[in-house]
Design a protein around this ligand. Structure first.
Ligand code: HEC
Length: 105
């Protein structure tokens, strides 16, 4: 599946801009992200217990959110939030956050 290859490339950084629609809708992801960024920083910095979620490869992002949704990962806030998301919405969020550049630590 081509989408999978794009996901791996996203790990390298920013150059996804043209190609990411192959897996998730960036515009939809940006729209949905307004809820997420009340906690997660767009700058990619961590704040207290809230980890950064930008610049991840899509497949990894999707797997993690899905594991909250299935309650395999234990965090009540993220379980509640992810339970409301469809597969399509999670892919869209993965595409959007994956397209943002993580800062150099
Ligand atoms: C109320 C605050 C809050 C909101 C809103 C929120 N998160 Fe989170 N998120 C957290 C916290 C806290 C953690 C760390 C949980 C843990 O320790 O497992 C987390 C963890 C994550 C992780 C795993 C990060 C890692 O390094 O393991 C992802 C991915 C994630 N959130 C995505 C999202 C997305 C996508 C949204 C919007 C749909 C969102 N979050 C909304 C608080 C929030």
């Amino acid at each position: 599946m081509r989408a999978h290859i794009f996901g791996m490339c996203a790990a390298a950084g920013f150059f996804v801009s043209g190609g990411a629609s192959a897996e998730g809708d960036i515009a939809l992801g940006q729209y949905l992200s307004s809820e997420c960024v009340t906690c997660h920083q767009l700058s990619g910095k961590s704040v207290g217990a809230i980890p950064p979620i930008v610049g991840w490869p899509s497949d990894q992002f999707i797997a993690v959110v899905d594991s909250y949704r299935k309650k395999e990962r234990d965090n009540e806030v993220m379980q509640t939030i992810s339970a409301r998301l469809s597969d399509e919405e999670i892919s869209a969020l993965a595409a959007y956050f994956g397209s943002l550049k993580a800062p150099d630590e």
